[in-house]
Design a protein around this ligand. Structure first.
Ligand code: FMN
Length: 465
């Protein structure tokens, strides 16, 4: 498949905004951050702008910081089920952890949402890096990094097997002949692996797009060892084009090496726009935000990421490495934090870090401050230079920068032939130019069918469950 001339655009559903001061701006939906309305407003605005999808993150850092909590408190699948009913074309990407769910129940949740949304669902596969995760998701202590990804790889495989259980023409509904389904086309799953035992035919037919689109956000060698095998979207963090082009080329090459078409995986870093009618006005807005968020918004962010108490440190002295969070304990964009951690190892003081990182977007994302033309120029440069296949627009402020991007930058991208002016299809796979995934059973010789599904199978006794 040749590269699409159109970039992919997704919108992070985070009514609290990505900037710490977003909620303080008059008109922000801060009072409704835990209600449905602002999410639906954002999703409908993204649909009007012909975005590929909206994206819901989900991470325990929400527990650590009231501001973060208010940014996006709701559970993604619950919320996107309601958004699905109130939208028609926009894709719906939910973040769900493979460490704190089981394959069969998540296959049912995502499979059901993909059916009711008529094939618009994506699943952002995360393993949840934050050690506080058990506080949010329950369960026992945090799982080892490499083990999390080994479990995630088997988890994704098992869920995809379940979703393939019904061939696309398994449902017949021949009322005259009294035939509801073709049992030859409903298959049993016998998955007995290192982490999961799953038996029995699944109970939901495939959706209009076959199965949900699979996204991935891992940045580490473990993460990048798994993603190329199945991911169709890779969320990332980049603020330097040369670095982004290196990662892009590496990811596409890994996809090619496992025998997949590199165009079947879209690399989407985050974008933090601050948009004014002119560059000067945008810079003024950014300065206002910085002051509104507390003059030291970046300093507060850095202290939170590092796990340091600013009231009890000498910002001019080097930071002892053993007093800061180790990268493996960080949730969210880890590659960004590894850079900060390396600076601390090299002897940086807190002042050094604030000075260096205050010019980069929060969490290391690409921040563009300027007029719509300036933002469109940077977006176009990154796309045409193959630094990415598009972006996840993470509204610095809501509704401010998200609306400004959709109302003033998207039309420029459309005029430049870089973004769709109409949806060509109805499913998320249609939007992303992805083929309908083949059904592993439809092409397999002698697949186990529904009729033989329960013959001689000793179902686990109640007591054994
Ligand atoms: C754009 C982006 C969004 C992310 N969203 C989440 C999230 O919602 N929940 C979560 O647990 N982790 C999230 N992560 C963290 C990743 O899943 C991953 O743990 C992190 O990038 C570290 O990479 P690694 O797991 O390969 O070490 C996100 C990462 C990125 C880059």
């Amino acid at each position: 498949m040749s590269r699409s001339p159109h970039m992919r655009l997704m919108l992070l559903l985070r009514p609290g905004g990505y900037h710490r001061a977003s909620w303080r701006i008059p008109g922000s939906p801060a009072e409704q951050a835990a209600d449905l309305e602002p999410y639906v407003d954002m999703a409908r605005a993204a649909e009007r702008a012909k975005f590929d999808a909206v994206f819901m993150a989900d991470s325990p850092t929400l527990l650590g910081d009231p501001w973060d909590y208010l940014a996006q408190p709701l559970e993604p699948l619950t919320l996107l089920s309601a958004v699905a009913a109130l939208t028609e074309r926009i894709g719906l990407v939910a973040t769900v952890s493979t460490t704190y769910y089981e394959p069969l129940n998540l296959a049912r949740l995502l499979g059901s949402l993909d059916r009711v949304s008529k094939g618009r669902v994506g699943w952002n596969v995360v393993t949840t890096a934050d050690p506080r995760a058990p506080l949010l998701f329950g369960g026992t202590a945090q799982v080892d990094h490499a083990l999390r990804y080994q479990r995630a790889a088997e988890f994704v495989q098992t869920v995809c097997e379940l979703w393939d259980g019904w061939e696309d023409d398994a449902v017949v509904v021949d009322r005259a002949a009294g035939i509801l389904t073709d049992p030859e086309k409903i298959h049993r799953i016998e998955h007995h692996g290192r982490f999961f035992d799953v038996s029995g035919p699944f109970n939901i037919p495939r959706s209009a797009q076959g199965r949900p689109v699979l996204a991935h956000a891992g940045q580490s060698p473990d993460g990048l060892s798994v993603a190329p095998r199945y991911a169709e979207v890779l969320f990332g963090v980049a603020h330097d084009l040369a670095d982004a082009r290196r990662v892009y080329a590496d990811v596409k090459s890994r996809v090619r090496q496992v025998g997949r078409d590199p165009e079947h995986l879209s690399v989407l870093p985050g974008l933090l726009p601050v948009i004014g009618s002119t560059d000067e006005e945008a810079r003024r807005l950014d300065e206002e935000l910085r002051l509104l968020g507390g003059a030291d918004t970046i300093a507060d962010d850095l202290a939170l990421q590092l796990g340091l108490d600013r009231a009890r440190m000498d910002p001019t002295r080097r930071i002892p490495v053993d007093t800061v969070n180790h990268p493996d304990a960080i949730n969210g964009p880890q590659s960004w934090y590894r850079q900060i951690y390396a600076d601390v190892e090299r002897g940086a003081s807190f002042e050094d870090l604030v000075d260096k990182y205050s010019r980069i977007g929060r969490s290391g994302h690409l921040q563009v401050i300027g007029s719509p033309e300036t933002v469109a120029d940077v977006v176009e440069e990154w796309f045409t230079a193959r630094g990415c296949d598009g972006f996840v627009v993470q509204g610095t402020t809501v509704p401010g920068s998200t609306d400004a991007f959709m109302e003033h930058v998207v039309p420029l991208l459309q005029r430049r032939g870089l973004f769709r002016t109409e949806y060509e299809g109805r499913t998320l796979r249609d939007h992303l130019g992805l083929p309908l995934p083949a059904n592993r059973f439809a092409d397999a010789p002698n697949p186990v069918t529904h009729e033989s599904a329960f013959q001689g199978v000793a179902l686990p006794s109640r007591s054994a469950r």
